[in-house]
Design a protein around this ligand. Structure first.
Ligand code: AMP
Length: 418
């Protein structure tokens, strides 16, 4: 199947071929024709499936085909959960729309309100926004949403997780009823289904990545290790394999900072991104990471949303996420569109129940590999935990002390230094 066969017009085909895409991804094959026909869609697709182009290309074409009121107020609105994702979707819209006459703006928090208001006043066609900042503009009267023809809700599950439901509903109240709505969500929880029910009109359902199937190009390995030796093991692995671009997940902002500091002390160029950092600091860290000036980027789940790096080869779960679905989100950062990826998880005793929940969701056990010199002081047999722990409920366990904690590791992180 080719992009031509999907019915896209010449300017878009040119933009697609400029990007070097030769074939539409599965979500694009399904979403593009449905959106071009004006249908609402409810799509389950993870980041990395090509979903952004999947909605952006037909959205641009619809705007070009539809008659406009002549007023330069937003005709398409894309809502995203985070600033990073808004910025990245915005960049994609600019990239795919470069041969079209549309004006595009992004509004999100953390940057000057006035500058955004000025841009909105000058007239735009497509607006990409996070819900909170958009509502600020709505209440200040700096944006008029009455001409929106197409609404996209990107990473909807994440918007609900972040508590944006009321903001989303308020924004809906400002939009025309007569519109096309496209909803994307990695998971289909009850609240997502309820929202879909109220917002979508006979939607086409597209399901390219069932939530319990992870990107099959990602090799997943679990390293059981005592908690207090995790940092040392991580330095060792990065140095031993000479990994040059590694995204590491921690559960908390504080944990991200602390780990970044410790890895820096091990001689690894490291940056941390999380919600307490300014937008400028997050953008800088991401840029340094993309350009190879930073070797290890430590991130929390929320801050990592929408990190879009082609060919990101390694993802490390320094700690497992509390929600199994987040595991899929995290490892979806690697193994994207045609590239192989590797995801490793460092698991301590207290995380065994989380591992069990993840394996249940994936419907497969994950390969375990004990690193020589870092043997854990606990049993990592998940079949034992399965029977002991209540389903999905993390069991609290006091980590046992490792007898070998003071002995030197067999292979130190020294190869990572310098
Ligand atoms: P997304 O799921 O939208 O975050 O896209 C993931 C990555 O796939 C992005 O880096 C896109 O540039 C890339 N991509 C999107 N569509 C295609 C395609 N048809 N062929 C190859 N790469 C693509």
């Amino acid at each position: 199947m080719t992009f031509e066969q999907l019915g896209l017009e010449a300017g878009l085909l040119r933009a697609v071929s400029d990007q070097g895409y030769t074939e539409p991804t599965p979500i694009q094959q399904k979403a593009i024709p449905a959106i071009l026909q004006g249908q609402d869609i409810l799509a389950s697709a993870q980041t990395g499936t090509g979903k952004t182009a999947g909605f952006t290309l037909p959205l641009l074409q619809r705007l070009a085909e539809n008659k406009t009121s002549g007023k330069r107020i937003p005709r398409a609105l894309v809502l995203t959960p985070t600033r990073e994702l808004a910025a990245q979707v915005g960049e994609s819209v600019i990239t795919y729309g470069k041969h079209m006459p549309f004006k595009i703006a992004m509004v999100y928090g953390g940057v000057s309100f006035g500058g955004q208001a000025r841009q909105l006043r000058q007239g735009i066609d497509i607006l990409i926004a996070t819900p909170g900042r958009l509502l600020d503009h709505v209440s200040q009267g700096t944006v008029d949403l009455s001409a929106v023809e197409i609404l996209v809700l990107d990473e909807c599950d994440r918007m609900l997780d972040m508590g944006f439901i009321h903001d989303i509903r308020k924004i809906m109240g400002r939009l025309p009823d007569e519109r096309q709505t496209l909803m994307f969500s990695a998971t289909f929880s009850k609240p997502i289904q309820q929202l879909a029910h109220t917002l979508l009109k006979s939607p086409v359902q597209i399901d390219v990545a069932p939530r319990n199937i992870t990107a099959d190009r990602v090799e997943q390995v679990v390293h059981p290790v005592d908690r207090h030796r995790k940092r040392e093991l991580l330095s060792h692995i990065i140095g031993f394999h000479n990994w040059q671009q590694v995204l590491v997940f921690t559960r908390t902002k504080h944990g991200a900072n602390r780990l970044a500091e410790q890895l820096a002390k091990d001689g690894l160029k490291t940056a941390a991104i999380h919600g307490n950092k300014t937008q400028a600091a997050r953008a800088r860290a991401l840029k340094d990471f993309k350009q190879g000036r930073v070797r290890v980027l430590v991130a929390t789940d929320v801050a990592s949303r929408g990190i879009d790096i082609d060919q990101l080869p390694y993802v490390v779960n320094f700690e497992l996420p509390n929600v199994p679905e987040d595991y899929v989100h995290r490892i979806g950062r690697t193994g994207r569109a045609g590239n192989e990826g590797r995801a490793i998880s460092l698991i301590s005793d207290d995380e065994m129940p989380l591992l069990v929940s993840i394996e249940r969701m994936l419907k497969q056990p994950l390969t375990q590999d004990v690193v020589a010199g870092y043997e854990p002081s606990f049993s990592s047999d998940t079949s034992a935990v399965k029977s002991a722990a209540a389903p999905g409920k993390p069991r609290r366990q006091r980590p046992r002390r490792s007898g070998g904690s003071t002995s030197a590791p067999r292979r130190s992180g020294a190869s990572a230094r310098g």
